[in-house]
Design a protein around this ligand. Structure first.
Ligand code: ATP
Ligand code: MG
Length: 395
């Protein structure tokens, strides 16, 4: 009987029904036979365990199916029984190590916020830092079940926190970049207003020159910020226009150099190369690279700009300058917004520190590659490789 209670209500109904039958003259043997079959069937149905409700006999099967259920989830999940880890899925083992199975979950997690969540013993959530690596952030959810079991799930918040930190840094840097020229403009305008009668014309002229330069810087900054946000907004749309690259690069390089620096440019091309691209963005990319090469390379040395076939299906633009170069520790960071190796020099030349960040985003939108190689004391070579038209269409 497996300790199940007898179906007394059913038996009572059977007894009453049979008493009625006997009372109304049905043969006693027949009544007893009916009672026997009725009660017997009630007993059999009562003794048959319902297929899903008894977990005590097949607990191991249930645990196996729980293990299978969670195993391939990309979210790390562990199941504990009286705070001991009994199941850890693939993602949880990758995060915390396979050795946690069988361990006390507080030992497995260690972090104080997580331990507090476990010790509370109820359902809840905690934000846990440095769980497996430095600077990682996880939201840990604990849900209790019957029989001392609990499910603990780990949701990574690291990428979200990184994006939010990058956003905050960007706003702080942009505000700083905007504030500096604004403060200078306001200062000079106030001086001019206060002393306009006593100032010598030459001094006033100098102040106006500074105001003009700083206003221009603000304008460049705002226009670069707008470019950057426009390129970022379009980054998933593959540009569609069919463009001949060599002609575009030559035109944009001359444009970037301006008439006073054009004589330092050396342009070469191996022929015509067609790519799918955004004309304005590719021109901006070339202008930014050529401007850097002319600005940071030696003033009396040439800058070479070459368009050449890199492989069967790629073309590259190579901009090379001869000059001080860039110390190796700076190279990985050059495409970060507002990153400068020498802020004073960059600002003095009117730089916003956004040129290479814009280049990087344009390259990404065109499914290209950007490489910066520099040898201190010799110079810098920036290479942008792009898929040739037919190749890009296959992509
Ligand atoms: P902007 O491009 O707005 O004028 P910028 O030139 O300072 O400003 P980026 O083009 O992003 O900004 O370049 C970032 C930094 O990288 C520069 O400040 C400079 O320190 C360094 N850099 C870039 N290109 C070169 C180069 N060819 N040689 C040496 N240093 C370079
Ligand atoms: Mg630049």
């Amino acid at each position: 009987m497996n300790g199940r209670p007898l179906p007394w209500s059913g038996i009572s109904i059977a007894l009453i029904a049979c008493a009625f039958l006997a009372f109304f003259g049905v043969d006693l043997v027949a009544v007893l036979a009916i009672l026997l079959v009725w009660v017997g069937s009630l007993w059999l149905v009562g003794a048959e365990p319902p297929p899903t409700s008894d977990t005590s006999n097949n607990g191991s099967l249930t645990r196996d199916s729980m293990r299978d259920l969670f195993e391939h989830s990309e979210t790390p999940v562990i199941i504990t029984e009286r705070d001991r880890v009994v199941i850890a899925n693939h993602a949880a083992r990758a995060l915390l190590g396979a050795h946690i199975i069988g361990q006390d979950v507080r030992m497995a997690l260690r972090q104080p916020e997580a331990v507090r969540l476990i010790e509370r013993g109820s359902d809840g959530t905690a934000i846990v830092r440095n769980l497996a690596r430095r600077h990682d952030i996880w939201r840990v959810n604990r849900k209790t079940m019957n029989d001392g079991l609990a499910v603990i799930e780990f949701v990574s918040k690291t990428a979200e926190a990184d994006i939010s930190r990058a956003h905050t840094d960007f706003v702080a840097n942009a505000s700083h970049e905007l504030r500096t020229p604004l403060a200078s403009i306001i200062g000079y305008v106030e001086t001019l207003q206060e002393d306009v009668e006593h100032l010598q014309p030459a001094v006033a002229e100098r102040f106006l020159g500074t105001i003009h330069r700083e206003s221009k810087r603000l304008q460049d900054l705002v226009s670069d910020l707008m470019s950057l946000s426009r390129i970022e907004a379009e980054k998933h749309d593959l540009p569609e226009a069919r463009i001949e690259l060599a002609g575009l690069v030559e035109r944009a390089a001359r444009d970037g150099a301006g008439s006073e620096r054009a004589d330092r440019l050396e342009f070469t091309s191996e022929g015509s190369f067609w790519v799918r691209g955004d004309e304005q963005q590719l021109e901006q990319l070339v202008r930014n690279l050529v401007d850097n090469a002319l600005k940071y390379g030696d003033a009396d040395k040439p800058v070479s700009v070459a368009v050449e076939q890199r492989s069967e299906n790629r073309v590259r633009i190579v901009v090379t300058d001869r000059g001080d170069g860039i110390p190796a520790e700076h190279v990985p960071h050059l495409t970060r917004r507002f990153y400068r190796t020498d802020p004073g020099r960059s600002r003095a030349s009117g730089g916003t520190g956004l040129g290479l960040a814009i280049v990087k985003h344009i390259v990404e939108r065109h499914r290209g590659r950007l490489d910066i190689e520099s040898t201190p004391g010799e110079g810098t070579r920036v290479t942008v490789s792009l898929p040739l038209e037919s190749e890009q269409q296959v992509d």
